[in-house]
Design a protein around this ligand. Structure first.
Ligand SMILES: NC(=O)c1ccc[n+]([C@@H]2O[C@H](COP(=O)([O-])OP(=O)(O)OC[C@H]3O[C@@H](n4cnc5c(N)ncnc54)[C@H](OP(=O)(O)O)[C@@H]3O)[C@@H](O)[C@H]2O)c1
Length: 299
């Protein structure tokens, strides 16, 4: 009999990539706000459910009894969270707390997705043991979520990616798809050159999540690429990988964008622990972009 995994936010970028990772040998139970994008595949079952409905959520988990739960769902609009803080704290803080409590009661391991935004972004890259100091409502709400799951007493892994990119269907926002679209249509773009991090490729993150579950590797894990670069340099690398001219990519500063929420400028995640303890190779951005190109079937 197949093992089963429950994925919240299954229609999102990471949710879709996790489905790719587990679909060959797992029964998949997904929840999201929107209808399933997976069509009728025998072992993928998706229900529409607002995770804030704790009673329905608990009923669903008791019914499905998954072997593990992966919580990717989140309120991810960083600027809007400054105004919608109640929703951000509900989805990013209280929902993970409820899921973790249900996991504890039903002895189900939980993988929860957090973010590098739990750090101030003043002195990255960061290790798992560094002190968290979230700035802005999205970041504070994500930090409250990871604290709640870590304190729940359940078997929990918290994985922190940063600037996640990858391939998916019907995504509301995707940096790579947007950039490729603009460059192919010969439109110039402005990209910040003062925000540094080591972007996380969603397809490989999904395989990291699988390793964490298979090895019962509970605790906090950082995952990104080998080198820390500015978003501008990342955009140049994307253009280069996909054979597009970078002449239309212009460097700007974060202050030029006048965004509502603060952004970490010196971020990034040190991934040594994952590499040493779980034997997961940490790849360069160019290597991972080449994998993405292959995944997108672009010649
Ligand atoms: N993307 C990044 O750059 C990045 C970086 C660091 C960390 N992370 C973290 O990684 C995780 C996955 O990110 P992602 O980019 O895959 O996010 P995503 O594409 O926005 O997917 C999240 C999914 O969760 C759904 N969702 C939101 N609220 C929900 C609710 N109340 N009930 C049920 N479903 C709900 C969303 O639906 P709607 O779209 O309809 O709201 C969406 O389908 C998140 O925890 C995020 O904080 C992401």
């Amino acid at each position: 009999m197949n093992k089963s995994v429950m994925i919240t936010g299954i229609n999102g970028l990471l949710g879709q990539n996790i489905v790719q990772e587990f679909a060959s040998d797992h029964d998949i139970y997904g929840l999201d706000l929107t209808p399933s994008i997976f069509g009728s595949v025998n072992n993928i079952h998706v229900n529409q459910l607002d995770l804030n409905d704790t009673v329905a959520l608990e009923e669903y988990i008791r019914l499905v009894k998954p072997d593990s739960i992966i919580n990717t769902a989140a309120y991810t609009n960083v600027d809007r969270a400054e105004e919608d803080q109640d929703i951000a704290f509900a989805v990013n803080g209280q929902v993970p707390a409820s899921i973790a409590a249900i996991c504890k009661e039903n002895e189900i391991p939980l993988v929860h997705l957090s973010t590098d935004y739990v750090f101030s972004g003043n002195s990255g890259p960061y290790r798992e043991t560094d002190i968290c100091d979230a700035r802005g409502k999205y970041s504070e709400s994500k930090l409250s979520g990871e604290k709640a799951v870590l304190e729940s007493g359940a078997e929990v892994a918290v994985i922190r990616p940063n600037v996640m990119y990858g391939h998916g269907e019907q995504l509301k926002s995707s940096f790579v798809a947007w950039l490729l679209g603009e460059l192919r249509n010969k439109r110039s773009v402005r990209i910040v050159d003062d925000q540094y991090n080591n972007p996380t490729y969603a397809r490989r993150l999904a395989s990291v999540i699988r390793s964490v579950i298979d090895q019962k590797a509970w605790g906090i894990w950082h995952f990104g690429s080998k080198e820390v670069v500015s978003r501008y340099t990342f955009a140049l690398k994307i253009a280069d990988t996909f054979g597009l001219s970078s002449a239309l990519i212009n460097a700007i500063s974060t202050v030029d964008l006048n965004q509502k929420a603060p952004r970490p400028l010196r971020s990034g995640l040190i991934c040594e622990k994952l590499n040493k303890e779980l034997n997961i190779p940490i790849m360069s951005i160019d290597e991972e972009l080449a994998l993405l190109k292959e995944e997108m079937n672009v010649s």
